[in-house]
Design a protein around this ligand. Structure first.
Ligand code: UDP
Ligand code: MG
Length: 322
């Protein structure tokens, strides 16, 4: 095998964890304790934890700063406000210095032990190791079903296939992180971008656990918007169906017109038809509105993208012993 980092089979490796946090004062200590425990005997792994404070309004930042006093593995990126998990991840990836980088949620839903398996696979020459959830039974039924539908629809119409049951929890080699940095878009649907860059990929299976403390930050409406974001980021198919739908509807109305003309010629003028008229008008009106809505969705994205605003703003980066 011709692996670029074939020499890494045994050597020392610098690992960066990227941890977006938004009002997570309840989970941070549990997270750090767990990480410390998992990596305590791993002498070949140098560890850095990049916490990205995504505009928390609780004591998250103070807590992190306090922990950093006694723990030089912590680096803290303080964003100027809440930019959302995708932006926070982007900020963390930009700050991480490790040879391998793993984004991970602070709520311990992704078990850190899995990272050791990921590193073992990386040592074999893989550049991306996905964390594949074998069961989502800790997610609500609604979340599971909607996620399933989203993946099915997305993978049908988008050019880039999204691996199912895979989240942001994954290992990436430095070359992958650098590649991500070259993508200029400011609306960042990370799962899609991760898939788009490619690279030599494998996966490890794991069971997604219950949040250790605190509450989820994603409600139904946020997830719906997230799904729209994903689909409009990686496919223009929704714009194109209107052409076909339009053709189809025109064809039907054309045949109907011929039918009416013939009928009038044969059996004379008759007035009734109010019902079918209303149906046709309202149905077409509805279709047109949906079509305009889809256009608007893309136009809006183009508009936002054309402003070229930064993805996030940093208030300050706290390096250990600053
Ligand atoms: N998060 C963030 N910014 C946000 C929302 C969430 O940085 O606007 C972080 C959050 O602190 C956590 C991770 O993203 O570390 C996953 O969030 P959560 O557990 O609420 O999502 P779920 O697991 O329910 O999908
Ligand atoms: Mg969670």
């Amino acid at each position: 095998m011709t692996h670029q980092h074939g020499t890494q089979l045994t050597g020392h490796v610098q690992l960066s964890l990227v941890i977006p946090v938004f009002n997570e004062a309840a989970t941070i200590d549990l997270f750090i304790a767990r990480i410390t425990d998992v990596f305590k005997d791993e002498t070949l792994i140098g560890l850095e934890m990049v916490f990205v404070n995504d505009g928390s309004t609780d004591t998250t930042l103070d807590l992190l700063l306090e922990r950093q006093q006694t723990d030089s593995r912590l680096r803290i990126v303080d964003l100027s406000r809440n930019f959302g998990k995708e932006a926070a991840l982007t900020a963390g990836l930009q700050t991480a210095t490790g040879q391998v980088v793993v984004p991970i949620d602070v709520d311990l839903q992704d078990p850190p032990e899995v990272i050791l398996e990921m590193i073992a696979l990386w040592r074999e020459g893989y550049e991306v190791v996905l964390g594949h959830r074998v069961s989502r039974k800790t997610d609500s039924w609604a979340k599971q079903t909607s996620a399933n539908w989203f993946y099915r629809l997305h993978n049908k119409i988008a050019e880039q296939h999204l691996p199912e049951n895979v989240g942001d929890f994954r290992l990436m080699d430095r070359c992958v992180v650098d590649a991500l940095q070259t993508l200029p878009e400011s609306r960042r649907f990370m799962k899609g971008l991760f898939a788009w860059v490619g690279f030599r990929t494998t996966h490890v299976n794991y069971e997604r656990l219950e949040r250790v403390a605190g509450a989820s930050k994603f409600n139904g409406w946020r997830l719906w918007n997230f799904a729209l974001e994903g689909i409009t980021s990686f496919s223009t198919e929704p714009l194109r169906i209107w052409t076909y739908l339009g053709l189809f509807v025109s064809l039907i109305s054309f045949s109907f017109a011929i039918f009416i003309i013939l009928r009038t010629l044969i059996s004379g003028v008759d007035l009734p038809g109010y019902a079918s008229l209303m149906v046709a008008v309202t149905f077409l009106g509805g279709l047109q509105l949906i079509g305009i809505g889809v256009l608007g969705e893309y136009l809006g994205r183009t508009y936002i993208e054309s402003k070229r605003r930064p993805v996030y703003l940093v208030r300050r980066v706290y390096d250990p012993k600053d």
